[in-house]
Design a protein around this ligand. Structure first.
Ligand code: PMP
Length: 354
């Protein structure tokens, strides 16, 4: 039976990417060798790394603007500390919009003063704070573009008088933005880009070199910039598969094209959440994420019936995170509209039966 994969990450990837990636594990480009048994210093792999970096920069519209794309390890969680290690001299400002933002704040506090510029913790992070000013005496301002757990998304980024750092783990490559507003972007691959195991870093080189502390080699962006992400052995399979996904996205027409699809999916999902009296949305309407829709049953006693219907229809990964409860439908780039239609059908079926 066809599964509809709403998993929050790792998540659905394009079928053709999975096929090509699995072929390369057996025989990479008819070389008689597997992608994962060749040297990362070999010409074929260097080409993969160059391609992946170039595609990331091109898709984000950052060509010729002083940015470098890196593929590192340690997940987005390592970026919580690496960003602070490299950029925080005295004081940084953070927007606290959820669990991941709070974790990035915790790490940054190890390196200097942290000001919470605004927070939505008072309402279990169900909205994005607005109307705040980013102070000008900060080393940088950090925000999270999409809050995977709570299903909220920043629609309008603040004007920042200081360098802006953004955790885009769960919505990178899903919507058009002026990416040149940001000086450092990071994103774990395992949502819109590829398998877990690599993290994309997009960094404006002139933001570096401003802290006085010594930085351990493996946590120093400069070392990875100088060595084109190959300061040590890179995660070759994750980088290759990310390259395939980025190529898939480019062939589809890039971010602008996928954004239209993502909007259609989100619209279908949220209109069911709003029209079906058995469900209510978790996030404030104006801040709803087009990637992760969070919703709850109005009457919890219907849970077993709904779960059984969903299972029967092949739904995977729709349980909400424990801090929100209820349900979460993650609609990343590779999820087809037909899967959202199938989930909406299950929700309507519950309404007919209840
Ligand atoms: N930031 C966000 C917005 C996330 O959604 C996640 C993981 N889901 C992380 C950071 C942590 O990523 P990782 O597991 O790659 O460390």
């Amino acid at each position: 039976m066809k599964k509809h994969n709403f998993s929050a990450g790792p998540c659905i990837l394009p079928q053709e990417v999975l096929l090509k990636a699995s072929e390369a594990v057996i025989d990479f480009n008819n070389s008689g060798l597997s992608l994962i048994e060749i040297s990362h210093r070999s010409k074929p792999f260097i080409e993969v790394m160059e391609n992946a970096s170039a595609l990331a920069i091109e898709l984000l519209g950052l060509e010729g603007k002083g940015y470098k794309a890196l593929f590192l390890q340690g997940g987005a969680s390592t970026q919580f500390l690496m960003a602070a290690y490299n950029l925080l001299e005295t004081k940084a400002g953070y927007l606290n919009t959820g669990t991941w933002a709070a974790k990035s704040i915790k790490e940054a506090k190890l390196f200097g003063d942290v000001v919470e510029v605004a927070s939505s913790k008072d309402a279990n992070y169900n909205y994005i704070p607005k109307g705040f000013t980013v102070p000008s005496d900060l080393d940088y301002f950090h925000c999270t573009s999409n809050n995977t757990i709570f299903g909220t998304q920043i629609k309008e980024f603040p004007t920042s008088p200081v360098p802006m750092v953004c955790d885009m783990s769960s919505d990178i490559f899903s919507r058009t933005l002026d990416f040149s507003k940001f000086d450092l972007i990071y994103a774990g691959a395992q949502k819109n880009m590829g398998p877990a195991g690599t993290t994309l870093i997009v960094i404006k080189e002139d933001v570096l070199g401003k802290v006085t502390r010594a930085i351990p080699s493996m946590l120093d962006y400069k070392n990875f910039i100088d060595k084109d992400s190959m300061f040590n052995t890179p995660p070759v399979f994750a980088v290759y598969t990310s390259m395939l996904t980025l190529q898939w996205l480019k062939d589809l027409g890039g971010i602008a094209a996928i954004e239209k699809e993502n909007e259609k999916k989100a619209q279908l999902m949220y209109s069911e959440i709003d029209l079906n009296p058995l469900f209510k949305g978790f996030a404030a309407k104006e801040d709803r994420s087009i990637m992760n829709a969070t919703f709850n049953l109005v009457d919890e006693s219907l849970k077993d019936t709904f779960d059984a219907l969903a299972k029967e229809a092949g739904m995977n990964g729709i349980n909400g995170h424990r801090s929100v409860g209820g349900y979460r439908a993650s609609m990343y780039n590779a999820l087809p509209l037909s899967s959202v239609a199938a989930l909406v059908e299950v929700m309507s079926e519950l309404e007919r039966k209840a």
